[in-house]
Write a protein that binds this ligand. Sequence first.
Ligand code: ARG
Length: 258
Amino acid sequence: MTGRLLRRGLATAAVALAALSLQSTGTTATAAPQPVVGGTRAAQGEFPWMIRLSMGCGGALYTQQIVLTAAHCVSGSGNNTSITATAGVVDLNSSAATKVRSTKVLQAPGYNGNGKDWALIKLAQPINLPTLKIADTTAYNSGTFTVAGWGAAREGGGQQRYLLKADVPFVSDAACSSAYSGSLIAAEEICAGNLAQGGVDTCQGDSGGPMFRRDNAGAWIQVGITSWGEGCARAGYPGVYTEVSTFAAAIRSAAAGL
Ligand code: ARG
């Protein structure tokens, strides 16, 4: 329940954070920047489908003209020209960035703040970059995942200028549900993180961004959408992600109608 409340709070926080100037945190000299939380800097072009959204969330190119993000990052469905998607750069301040406005938003049907945390944003023009395919079976809902984003590098920290990435191990529904006192919606959410030690996680401002891994053919495949957690990178509290395979059919049909 704390987690549930937290999610709503963080959605608001993400909007508030978007108003702040971007800053690079990370302690000087002694340590490399700690991306996401406990990560490292992504290389230019490493995750070409990564999108930064102007309300302070992440996303991924589902098609060249549709961004998959979190429902809690948007305020509803309909025509919407207020969102700017930034693509093609790890450095948000780069003059090489592609910036495209939204035209429409589709928030997951039935979204009420618990589960179903996905949304689509249609762009005014296609972006000529690779897309990230989504998992449409449970086959890849295990193993080690990669997360990325421009969100806080520590709980309570500022948004990042450079894209950060980290690897997070799968956490079972049983362990995650127990960590969150039963508030996990196991059919709709998938958890990841270092349950015993913490230290690596997504954080505020990473919401809506993808959690992904390699499929059997070696291609990146999206298995999660950053959704919520109790704080960031705390021991005993894994990150909670929208389980993409559960919603793959709904996402596909929503995108076809957008
Ligand atoms: N809800 C957050 C956002 O809006 C993401 C939180 C993820 N937290 C976590 N501990 N994994 O950016």
